[in-house]
Design a protein around this ligand. Structure first.
Ligand SMILES: [Zn+2]
Length: 95
């Protein structure tokens, strides 16, 4: 069914066609069944949209994947320019 939610980031209304039924929404909203139990078929992105209105695009903009920096030169990994042995050591210490 078509779900309309307002994105807290853009203030725009977005539509998403989710493979869910009104019964599942009632379970979640009225009977307080956890959304992942009421609608196990949804992807995390789809559940997020239903719960908060954030789209996958909003998430990508709000929380961009973190850039990993070299512990030696503060350059972006894996192409910071330090020799490979240094990077391997840095990585194994880091994890
Ligand atoms: Zn480096």
């Amino acid at each position: 069914m078509i779900i309309v939610r307002r994105s807290p980031r853009t203030g725009q209304f977005n539509k998403m066609d989710l493979p869910i039924t009104q019964e599942q929404i009632d379970l979640w909203e009225n009977d307080h069944v956890l959304i992942q139990n009421a609608m196990p078929q949804l992807t995390p992105d789809q559940r997020e949209f239903l719960m908060t209105g954030y789209t996958a695009e909003d998430w990508a903009i709000l929380f961009p994947p973190e850039e990993e920096l070299c512990g030696l030169c503060d350059g972006p990994l894996p192409n910071c320019g330090c020799p490979g042995e240094w990077l391997d050591e840095h990585h194994s210490k880091d994890r």
